[in-house]
Ligand binder design. Sequence first.
Ligand code: GLC
Length: 831
Amino acid sequence: MAPPRTEALMQYGYFDDAAREYVITRPDTPRSWSNYLGSRLYGGIITQGAGGYSFYKSGGTGRVLRFRFNGVPQDEPGRFVYLRDDADGDFWSASWQPVGKTLRGTVEAHADDATLDAAGNPTQASSVRHGLGYSIFNSSYRGIDSEATFFIPQGQAFEYWSVKVTNTTDAPRTVSLFSYAELSNEWNYRQDLENLQYSQYVVVCRMKDGMIHRLNSTRERTSELWFGMAGADVAGFDTDRDAFLGAYRTQSAPIAVERGACSGSETTGDNACSTIQARLELAPGETRQVIYMMGVGAPDASWEDADGVALRPGREIMAEFGTPEAVSRELEAIREEWREYLAPLQVATPDEQMNSMINVWHAYQTHMTFNWSRGVSLIEAGDRDGLGYRDTVQDMLAVIHAIPDAVRERLNMILTGQTEEGGAMPLVKPLTHNPGHEKTPTLEQYRSDDPLWLPITVANFVYETGDVEYLDQVLPYADHGEATVFEHLKQAIQFSLNHLGNNGLVQGLQADWNDCIQFGTTGESMFSTFLMANGMRVIAELADQTGRHDDAEWARHVLDGLEPVLENAWDGEWYIRGISSTGAKLGSDALDEGKIYLEPNVWAAISGTVPEARAVGAMDSVYERLSTEHGVALCAPAHTKEVPGVGLSLLVFPPGHKENGGIFCHANAWTIVAEGVLGRGDRAYEYYRAFLPAKYNDQAELHQVEPYVYSQFVHGPESPRFGQARNPWLTGTASWSYVGVTQYILGIRPELDGLRIDPCLPEGWGGFAITRRFRGMNLTINVVNVDGLATGVSSVTIEGIEVAPFDDGKRGALVPVEALADGDVLTVTMG
Ligand code: GLC
């Protein structure tokens, strides 16, 4: 158990950028700090306490390891390895939890093994290195050091728990190792956790040929989870959870560990676990490596799953991969894989924390949201299995430059989630999605914003790849019919135009971006109206550049017609949020609560569809009324009462929480883009810094969640929890803040004709460097800003030769794609 902390330590770790790791030096972090393992084939989550779970393709329907969400502590069970001194029975765990010995501090300071706590008990040094796709736990306790490395090899459906144990003393020691995880009884996590009258009686777990096999019959076939150990003899095993733990015990003190011997239980029904014991005789200075492995496979012969993935028997995998050489090789492969994923965009700026985030963790997070959408975290239990439409379209934005092929595949799929009338299925389930045959949602079920994100992402995909032919690709609609990609985009706009309200704004329907604001079919959303306007602007640009002049005309014509509607939505100092069925204006000074909302105002500026003075006025109001030291609140004052005619499910949240006046980080990212568009570098940077996770590295007790990951929100100024961040990892914050900082502060954006270089910097920045992949070319861009300007580029040279022409009347410089070659070094002079 965690000892009470007396000293107020605000920092629990540091960024090791060279290793691309975050090193947790105190594992008693304010909340569980997680990492992700594996791929979309077989993935996992692991916390700084080795809590977490694994899943095959889906956290919701392919659950491998059980996890009790919102438990106490927050992150159990997980992947635990117990160590036991067989001379005196004292035991601890390779991760600080679950045994939870008194902490001594960092492993770097481990030399003094005699260190005792106040009660005279030995103390444990424990640290965790979260890397990209792996986590390493170091421990030092009473002269026994251990290093446990957890990861899932590239392209494989199994995981490694590799444990090195070293006797640092000058006497021989006998140490027992016990592995432990709770295997799920059912692939479906809900069945496993809730339908106990069934799931408790289906599990069968056997020890065969030195390996544990969970053999459950499913409708399709006998599937298997296997768990084995290499590098030591099997000294004992348990596959029955309760036999291992013992009655009325927790994972902090299993009876088998305390006793020093397993009972050889083989479970039929109830609950399974994966415990294999090794007994290590360690000479002074000796290190032994024990490799636990577990995965999805077949009992006997190889078989193909429903998607044609070949799964092999565990014993074959063990034979091939169960060696120290294989562990090192596969770990290196994971590191290399991530180095390659991140290489397409690396920066060196005057802001170290910005560098740590962009170069490592922020980019990593954008891949995690792309991989796992909103399906698997400590918060997302698996219920949100599938791809939320708007989330998915936005998640792609930040990874196009890095993984264009994967994005194309996802884009194709999500475009086929659009219905013929132009709306979108709120949720697309990739494992069962059946384009052309999906049920058409009712008007009431549609979200007004869902398809309106498509123009932004498709345009960016085309600009990044240069593949204009993509726009001609024919893709089916979800329900019936088919159309080219470009027509899909127009149809998204048409859907909104077909569903305008009495005031000419877009009907809000089930929700717009804000899940909690329901304007329905008779109320209207100004956010969706601006998103539609932005979509038309984007479509017009795309059409102009690809010779679709009629379409460009159409988009401009409709946009012109919208002008009076946009103007009417001006409340005096900002734009309203929407108009309810009864005529109440949300986000208006006329109300007592919810006077001003962030979303319409940022999108007014981003869309470029309102006069500049209006955009500036709107963003100044945001600054004055919503901005705080920890980010920008979504609205103010927060709601405590109904607004007539608006379904405000945000009223379920106390003021300052989530959508009700919380600092919704996803929407905060748009403030960066908006100020970037306006050219106000100081503001853009101030907004960026306000919710930058790394900024909170030395205020961890305030921020509480991982300082290396963006969160969905931070509690707002009206909450007693102001400044505490929540829902880390799977959030649209990841992609939009990445777009904000890389494309609108550093200002490197793809366009069809080339790369736009348009920095929008804070005062006093002398410049920065960025390496970026663009259409297969690796470019280095050195931006020199001797006068410390916010914006403006006076020259671009490549290898000393001035690039021309780059001035197309827009801000910054457009470097034509023909002027670029792989390996080029560009010098950009601001002026
Ligand atoms: C969550 C949802 C997202 C929604 C946002 C605001 O992040 O995943 O779809 O836009 O909340 O309600």
